[in-house]
Design a protein around this ligand. Structure first.
Ligand code: THU
Length: 157
């Protein structure tokens, strides 16, 4: 028997410490919260993606009276990017969320389903995904979804 210890790495910083590219992506993710359709949770989530040619695509959570079909901001942005620009690798994603009290103090962390989709993005484009999770008091910068989803399911082909 042996213990397997999994190490993950997350950099915690504040907005001013981000590089210009990440600042711009966070700004876009915050703006994208305006496109959230969230009449049920009133939790407005925005995501912004940077592609290999430095172009950007945004997403926002889209809710439905049949709650189960709600789509998170992250997947709304990722699927839009793949549908519109399948030939361009997705290199980075920034995520922000706000309620009627303003942006969350703590960084918003993607749900398990979105993490699973991000695993496949890294596999599809053979590039690590740079992830920036925005909070008013701290921002987490993560190099690769492997840090958020160790031991993830992959098709073993
Ligand atoms: N949501 C996201 O858009 N992204 C996440 O990472 C977590 C949750 C959305 C789904 C739902 O519309 C609302 O936030 C409340 O759960």
């Amino acid at each position: 028997m042996e213990n397997i210890n999994v190490k993950i790495e997350i950099l915690s910083c504040v907005y001013d410490e981000l590089n210009e590219q990440d600042k711009a992506l966070v700004d876009l993710a915050k703006q994208a919260t305006a496109n959230s359709y969230s009449p049920y949770s009133h939790f407005r989530v925005g995501a912004a993606i940077r592609l290999s040619d430095d172009s950007t695509i945004i997403g926002a959570n889209q809710e439905n009276a049949a709650f189960g079909v709600t789509l998170c901001a992250e997947r709304s942005a990722i699927f839009a990017a793949q549908a519109q620009q399948p030939g361009k690798a997705i290199l980075a994603i920034a995520i922000a969320a706000r309620t009627e009290n303003g942006f969350t103090k703590q960084p918003i962390s993607p749900c398990g389903s979105c993490r699973q989709v991000m695993v496949e993005i890294e596999k599809r484009y053979q590039q690590p995904l740079h992830i920036v999770l925005y909070g008013e008091n701290a921002i987490y910068v993560i190099e690769s979804i492997k840090n958020l989803m160790p031991l993830s399911f992959e098709n073993l082909d």
